[in-house]
Design a protein around this ligand. Structure first.
Ligand code: KG4
Ligand code: ZN
Length: 332
């Protein structure tokens, strides 16, 4: 089954061609970072407008890069939610009309399930069941994954998402949006033990997170150190990053042990973080837990993960209907 995947939930317009839910023929992502950078975050109205401009060219590019023609596409999968309503509507409406024009089935996919399935686009994926840490700009959750389409929420953030904390700290320090990638890079030159920020474990045996406190702690440090903080930026960032990584690594490994799983996955934009990848692998080794992390390109928003997820629904005979609509918030 050749599936065209479409993703427009936030500030990336993405299209991808995936065969049998696992082989990527093309995965095109048009980022809107340039549009939103100067505002320090995503401006929803500008995001929708940019999706409208980019959707047709990006779909054409994905099809041409895959070296197929429109008639060879067997089905279509598109992000239905959660995300920015105006952005989702662009991809969803396009997908509906495109599927009806081609006379092929289509399916609306949950973006979070998409991230969890991203790991199946790599070779040697995990076997079910396993525990997954999904850390992105909008969500930070731990799931017990029973199947491609069946997952149980074990815990989630009670306030900010991990990626949101990276973005807010970056903004506070004047490094702009998006923050994760910049902090990842600059923290490499810092010493994580010089400025130690609090770790928010909440209940140490539970799987909920809280990242608003660490953001406030960094803000307070900046405010109380005058201009002096400007000479300490790498150490501040390394200290902040270490605090987030400590908690994420501890909780995902604890969740796996609680469920008796010897495999975990890290997915979502924050899973691109080099320190998180390194730390979780190091911490998991002595516990006999194998860590699966997609390549950096598949951690951030992409349409291949949407096509891969849609494949499993479509294979089981599920498809969406013309009357279906997008949703901004949902849990799985
Ligand atoms: O999954 P994603 O692309 O979009 C959402 O579904 O939210 O995640 C974006 C988030 C942003 O907050 C971004 O700052 C963060 O992932 N991110 C990172 C890194 N790359 C992206 N955070 C830490 N380290 C990175 N290398
Ligand atoms: Zn995402």
């Amino acid at each position: 089954m050749i599936i065209l995947g479409i993703e427009t939930s936030c500030d990336e317009t993405a299209a991808s061609i995936v065969v049998e839910g696992s082989e990527i023929l093309s995965s095109m992502v048009s980022s809107q970072v340039d549009v939103h950078h100067k505002y320090g975050g995503v401006v929803p109205e500008l995001a929708s407008r940019k999706h409208i401009e980019d959707i047709v060219p990006i779909v054409k590019e994905a099809v041409s890069k895959a070296d197929i023609n429109f008639k060879q596409i067997n089905a279509l999968a598109v992000t239905q939610g959660p995300g920015l309503i105006g952005s989702l509507i662009v991809g969803f409406s396009f997908a509906k009309s495109f599927a009806y024009t081609l006379g092929i089935p289509w399916i609306g996919v949950n973006h979070l399930e998409g991230h969890i399935n991203s790991v199946f686009l790599e070779s040697n994926p995990p076997t079910f069941p396993f525990v997954s840490l999904l850390a992105s700009g909008g969500h930070t959750s731990i799931y017990y994954v029973k199947d491609h389409t069946e997952m149980e929420l074990m815990g989630q953030t009670r306030d900010d998402a991990a990626g949101e904390a990276f973005d807010k700290v970056s903004k506070a320090i004047g490094l702009g949006y998006p923050g994760g990638i910049v902090i990842d890079r600059l923290a490499k030159n810092g010493d994580p033990s010089k400025i130690v920020f609090p770790r928010s474990y909440l209940d140490k045996s539970g799987f909920d997170f809280s990242f608003s406190g660490i953001k406030t702690a960094v803000n307070r440090y900046i405010q109380t150190h005058g201009d002096e903080y400007k000479n300490q930026i790498p150490d501040i960032l390394a200290g902040f990053q270490e605090s987030v990584v400590d908690v994420l690594s501890y909780k995902v490994l604890n969740a796996a042990m609680k469920r008796g799983c010897d495999q975990i996955s890290l997915v979502g934009g924050v899973a691109a973080n080099s320190r998180l990848r390194e730390r979780v692998i190091k911490d998991a080794g002595p516990k006999g837990i194998k860590v699966h992390i997609p390549s950096v390109d598949l951690c951030g928003d992409n349409a291949a993960m949407i096509a891969a997820t849609g494949y499993h629904y479509l294979k089981n005979g599920k498809s969406s209907d013309i009357s279906d609509d997008v949703y901004s918030r949902i849990k799985i």
